[in-house]
Design a protein around this ligand. Structure first.
Ligand code: UD1
Length: 345
C-alpha cells in the first residue's frame, strides 16, 4: 500500500526532527522543507539512523511561495502538513518584529493558500502556551482567556491561530489541529537527534546541559524571589518525544475524518508545574552531575508560573505524556555527551 505523504516544515529543527521520526515509524512518508536557519543538514543522518528511512528534503524558505509551489509539483499528493517552520526567540522578536511577522505569518499564509489547490486535507500548527500570558489561575485549560501578547513572537502565535480559524470559517477546504506546547525538553532516547541551538542558548535546558559539560561557566537562575514555593519560575516541562507523538495522533485524526470540529485546539503538557530549581535538582539526581549555578536577576518578560491542564488532549486524543522528568533530563544529558563525542560541541 502506498504511504500517505506528509509535509513537515521546519523538519530538521528540534521538535520537527523528533516528529519526523515518529511519523516515519507510524508509516507516513515525510517530505521536509527547512531553510536550515536554526538547524543542520546532519539531522537527516540522525533521523535515518533511527528509522532506517531518509526523509525527502527541500532546502528552502516557506516564506517563498514559488519554492513551495515547486515543492508541491515535485511531491504530489501531500495529504497533511505539520508547520514547525518559525522563529522562536522571544527577545530577538522584540528587536526585530518585522522579521518575526514575516517569517511566522507569511509562511503560514503561503501554506494555507496552497493547501486547497493541492488537495491537502489538514494542517497541524505549532502554537504555544505563550498565548495565555501570565494566567490568573493554573493549570490552564484551552478555555483560559488569551492575554495580550507581550512579544511579537507571542503575537505571531495568536495571530496564526486566528488566521487558521478565519480561513476555515470562510470555507477553506481543510481541517486544522492547533497544538499549544508548554516547555519541550529532552532528546530522543537514541541520542541521535536532540536540541542544538545556534550560539548561546536562550532556553533553560540547553544552557543547563552546556554548563554541566563545561562549555558555559555557570547557569544563571533568573530570579528566586517570585511568588512560588522556592521563588523560581514554574513551567510544565514536556518530553519532546511525548510531544512528537501527539502530532502523529493529530494527523491521523484529521486525515481519518475524526476531527469533531474543523479547528481543534489542544494543550500539550504534563499537567505538572515544576520550578527552575526543581528542574536543576532533577538533572543532578538523574545524572549524578552537578550544575554550577547562581541566582541572577529576573529576566524581563518572564511569566512567573504556567502549567497545563492536558485533560482535553488526554480524553479526546487519547494521548498523555509517558516519560518522567528524570528520564527526560537523562536524555538531554546523553545528547550533550553525544555532541561532545562527535566533536560538535
Ligand atoms: C518561552 C515562551 C515559549 C516559547 C519559548 C521559546 C512563555 C511562557 N514561554 O519559554 O512560548 O516557545 O520561550 O524560546 O512565554 N531560565 C533561567 N536561566 C536560563 C534560561 C532560562 O533561569 O539561562 C528560566 C527562565 O527564566 C524561565 C525558565 O527558565 O523561568 C524557562 O525558560 P525558557 O527555557 O527560556 O522558556 P520560556 O521562557 O518558558
Amino acid at each position: 500500500m502506498e504511504k500517505t505523504r506528509i509535509l513537515v516544515t521546519g523538519g530538521t529543527g528540534y521538535i520537527g526532527s523528533h516528529t519526523v521520526v515518529e511519523l516515519q515509524q507510524a508509516g507516513y512518508e515525510v517530505v521536509i522543507i527547512d531553510n536550515l536557519s536554526n538547524s543542520n543538514i546532519d539531522v537527516l543522518d540522525g533521523i535515518e539512523a533511527i528509522t532506517g528511512m531518509r526523509p525527502a528534503f527541500v532546502e528552502g524558505d516557506v516564506t517563498n511561495i514559488e519554492t513551495l509551489k515547486s515543492l508541491f509539483d515535485t511531491y504530489p499528493g501531500i495529504k497533511g502538513i505539520i508547520n514547525f517552520a518559525a522563529s522562536k526567540a522571544v527577545g530577538e522578536s522584540i528587536e526585530k518584529p518585522s522579521l518575526y511577522y514575516r517569517n511566522n505569518l507569511v509562511s503560514l499564509l503561503n501554506l494555507l493558500d496552497l493547501m486547497g489547490p493541492n488537495g491537502v486535507e489538514g494542517i497541524v500548527f505549532s502554537s504555544s502556551c505563550t498565548v495565555y500570558g501570565e494566567p490568573d489561575r493554573n493549570p490552564v485549560t484551552e478555555e483560559t482567556p488569551i492575554k495580550t501578547a507581550t512579544s511579537p513572537y507571542g503575537n505571531t502565535k495568536q495571530i496564526s491561530e486566528e488566521i487558521i480559524t478565519d480561513m476555515i470559517r470562510s470555507g477553506a477546504p481543510f481541517k486544522s489541529v492547533i497544538l499549544r506546547y508548554f516547555n519541550p525538553v529532552g532528546a530522543h532516547p537514541s541520542a541521535l537527534i536532540g536540541e542544538l541551538p545556534n550560539g548561546v542558548p536562550q532556553n533553560l535546558v540547553p544552557y543547563l546541559t552546556q554548563t554541566a559539560i563545561g562549555i558555559r561557566k555557570e547557569l544563571s537562575v533568573f530570579g528566586n524571589d517570585y511568588d512560588t514555593p522556592d521563588g523560581s519560575c514554574i513551567r510544565d516541562f514536556i518530553n519532546v518525544v511525548d510531544l512528537a507523538k501527539a502530532h502523529v495522533i493529530a494527523v491521523n485524526r484529521m486525515l481519518d475524518g475524526k476531527s469533531e470540529q474543523p479547528v481543534e485546539i489542544f494543550n500539550l503538557g504534563t499537567g505538572d508545574g515544576v520550578s527552575v530549581l526543581q528542574l536543576i535538582e532533577s538533572f543532578e539526581r538523574s545524572t549524578g552531575v552537578k550544575v554550577p549555578y547562581r541566582i541572577a536577576p529576573r529576566r524581563p518578560g518572564d511569566i512567573v508560573k504556567v502549567w497545563a491542564d492536558p485533560t482535553r488532549a488526554n480524553k479526546v486524543l487519547g494521548w498523555k505524556t509517558e516519560i518522567s522528568l528524570d528520564d527526560t533530563m537523562r536524555s538531554a544529558w546523553n545528547w550533550q555527551l553525544k555532541l561532545r563525542e562527535r566533536g560538535i560541541m
